[in-house]
Design a protein around this ligand. Sequence first.
Ligand code: NAG
Ligand code: NAG
Ligand code: NAG
Ligand code: NAG
Ligand code: NAG
Ligand code: NAG
Ligand code: NAG
Length: 924
Amino acid sequence: MRYLTMLHFLLLFLFLAPSNLDIVKLCSCADHHGLISAISCKEMEREALMAFKKGLTDPSARLSSWVGEDCCKWEGIECSNGSGGHVAKLDLRNHFQLINGGVSDTTAYKRSCLGGKIGSSLTRLENLSYLDLSLNDFEGTQIPNFFGEMKNLSYLNLSFASFSGEIPRSLGNLSSLEYLDLYADSFSSTGTWELRAENLYWLSGLFPLKHLNLGFVKLSKVGEKWLQQVDVLPSLVELNLHFCELQGLPNSFPFVNFTSLSFLDLSDNSFNSPIPLWLFNLTSLTKLHLRWNFFNGAIPSEITNLKSLHVLDLAANLDLDGQIPRFFGNLSKLQILDLSGNEFSGEIHEFSDGFKSFPNSSLVSLILSSNNLGGLLPESLGNLENLHHLILSGNSFWGSIPASIGTLSYLRVLDLSYNKMNGTIPKGFGQLSNLVDVNLMSNSWVGVLTETHLMNLTNLEIIMITTEPTKSLHFNVPYQWVPPFKLSSIRLENCKVGPKFPMWLQAQSELTTVSLRNAGISDVIPEKWFSRLSSQVVILDLSNNQIKGKLPHQLDCPKLNSIDLSSNHFDGPLPLLSTNASQIFLHDNSFSGSVPENIGHHLPRLQMLHISWNRLNGRLPSSLCNLASLQILALRSNQFSGELPNCWNSSFTLWGVDVANNNLSGPIPTSMGFLPSLTVLMLGNNNFNGEIPSSLQNCSGLTSIDLSRNKFTGNLPSWVGRREASLFMLNINSNKFGGHIPEELCELRNLRIMDLSENNFSGVIPNCLSNLTALVNGNISSVVFERQIWTVLKGREPEYSSIVGYVNSINLSGNNLTGNIPAEITSLSTLQSLNLSRNQMSGSIPKEVGKLENLVLLDLSHNHLSGPIPVSLSSMTELTKLNLSYNELEGRIPQLGSKFKDASIFEGNPSLCGEPLPNKCIWN
Ligand SMILES: *[C@@H]1O[C@H](CO)[C@@H](O)[C@H](O)[C@H]1NC(C)=O
Ligand SMILES: *[C@@H]1O[C@H](CO)[C@@H](O)[C@H](O)[C@H]1NC(C)=O
Ligand SMILES: *[C@@H]1O[C@H](CO)[C@@H](O)[C@H](O)[C@H]1NC(C)=O
Ligand SMILES: *[C@@H]1O[C@H](CO)[C@@H](O)[C@H](O)[C@H]1NC(C)=O
Ligand SMILES: *[C@@H]1O[C@H](CO)[C@@H](O)[C@H](O)[C@H]1NC(C)=O
Ligand SMILES: *[C@@H]1O[C@H](CO)[C@@H](O)[C@H](O)[C@H]1NC(C)=O
Ligand SMILES: *[C@@H]1O[C@H](CO)[C@@H](O)[C@H](O)[C@H]1NC(C)=O
């Protein structure tokens, strides 16, 4: 801002210094032939322009040519022809380079904008017919009222210029206007300006208007009457009302005046009716945009009145339905048909047969993605000979790609992703020499792809084919084959590409995305290829193959975002990676040696580090604490030793820590309690010792704790219960915890897995178990928690199953618990597994144990339980694993059906009798 005002000041100074101007005047009057040439600029108009400039801000000095006498030569100005001409045209549109219709550098864009105040001196340019101030930034000022005085304007463009407030009705006085563009979107990120109109009656003064663009102007106040108010413009050729908060679209309408309308954009409003029939009286329409509304019902056949239609865009209305009609074939000029994002259903035979009568269909883009279409793709698709884009993703098409596809010789983009294609890719595919982008992901392809399919695809840049792991799509291309294309992206998942690392792939020099997941490659990694690739690749996934070899000692991947080499046979030391990648997956290989000491220094953006299931050893370097963006640290199943680094603090976003199955020792570092996001903490099967640090109670988002099979001591702290809302899994089995089970555990409303087995807990089971709400009614879904564990484990079975195998389980076995089994336990109706074996429990089995109707496993063995076996056990239909042995139960064993015929279930209870035990009941 300071810079702006400084510049402004300088301009002012120049303007106010008359002696300077005089010099300029003298110079510009004589050209280099020494002749005096006529100055066409009127002095009065020049002064008007200077006054106009004075009000403007111009940080990039776009108006620096606005000096000297002859204003007709100034940038952006044209005078009417002949001597004594007047300023006729003022074109100050900002020509900032847009990329993909947008601005990539907002600061640079803002600098290029004119802004400030628009002075009324403009009205002195009496012959001005053309005014363009578009793409500048007037920072929410109002469109000046005096614009309505510029009676000769035929062209007025104020689009993308950050005007706001009510559109002045005075614009209705511009009776010569043919072109009015007030499109109110903006590229300047500061402020949200809103241009609006209470009504559009002022349009009635603009009889000659041909082009009207009110996109993004808020017209919600205009109501249903908007159409009548626009219908006064008989010459209208182009009408853009995109995103105007319009609601009502009259179903019937007496008479449309603007029958010359060629372009109509009503997209992104809230129309929620069937498409009204009067639209189809606009027989001159070439482009009709109705996307992002709530139009519903079928497409009326009257649409075939629109013989000139080039573009029909009905995408994303969500509710348009019915079959895609045959009569589209009659729209012989149709080039773009977008019906994506609706509820169209059925097959597309009829539709595509409809084009047979016009052998030269003009259709260039056919977009039917995200509907409920299905069936086989018809051979008649081959009639659409001019297609460049065929986009059918997100439907339920099945079968093979029709052979006739080979006739679509202009096809550039083919997208059949996310369908149920379960057939083959025909040879005809190989004739599509203009193909650039092929997306066949997420289908069930079978068959073979050969050289014939690929050798003419000289323009191919992107190829993505993924099939089901159970299907087989075989890339049968000679190892030495040299492809004609230069790919930027290749994804071939679950397709057989190996066993060798194909040469044709190694020949690709411009790859930035490579995914060959589960591609049957069992080769040594081609080192040269890998090194070259690493300097340019953004996404690299070679996971689930049998790739062997060592990675370079040092790996610099400046552009890398994600690398996945997991589940292969890589060996040797971990490479020292230097990259901005956010994800590194090297798990499930045979990497050995230690983690590079300075690993934390070259991975500034790393969020996920998965190196579980390798042969890594040594201590964990404290530079891990430099990975400030780390979210998941997964080191499971290696041979790491020593202690966990104690250098975490509250600035870390680490949420998942899995170091289970190593030889780590020492206490849980106090600083782990400072990790505010800690959610999954898996330390099982190590040699950790000491007590649970009280700092851990700060981690209020902990959902899953696995401390099993370590040497932890002390009591289970009562604050664990205060993790009431979060804790889903608490597994501390096989440690040396002692004392009582704290009552506070009952406050864990989301607890599904509680395993306190093989410790030294004594005392009674708390009576409050019925407060474990998730186990009582189970209506709190555990999917979120399970997915967290799944993410940390990278979905690897069987580890995942062994951890969440029985969701809804309580295991207190192998302790020294006394007292009765609390009757409340029978209210835990979603419980699947209950193990209280090997304790000192006494009293009888709760009579209503049968209420645990979801129980699969019940083990009460090795206690001192007495009394009869409750008859209600026989109603537990899910129960398959039962053990009541070694107690003091008595009486007749109830009829439990054929599942429990094994005497060992009941043995060690001398007073039990009846089947399946050998001792018969003597009374009865
Ligand atoms: C001036 O004349 C030229 C050539 O005849 C024409 O292209 C241009 O549009 C005219 N300019 C104005 C402002 O009338
Ligand atoms: C446009 O049509 C309306 C009817 O909707 C009619 O009343 C009006 O006179 C027509 N206006 C013009 C300018 O033709
Ligand atoms: C549409 O055209 C028909 C036939 O020309 C005419 O009867 C009808 O009034 C028109 N409807 C509108 C809304 O213009
Ligand atoms: C392909 O899928 C369709 C529809 O689901 C099914 O009817 C057909 O049997 C499948 N064909 C093959 C070869 O699997
Ligand atoms: C590849 O193109 C050549 C030359 O146009 C043609 O003769 C050949 O049949 C094409 N091959 C395939 C498999 O389409
Ligand atoms: C169990 O829940 C009841 C009712 O919500 C409550 O009064 C009681 O204090 C809870 N008991 C424990 C130990 O949390
Ligand atoms: C179990 O508890 C009883 C009494 O509470 C005690 O006598 C016994 O020593 C304990 N046994 C073990 C193995 O801790």
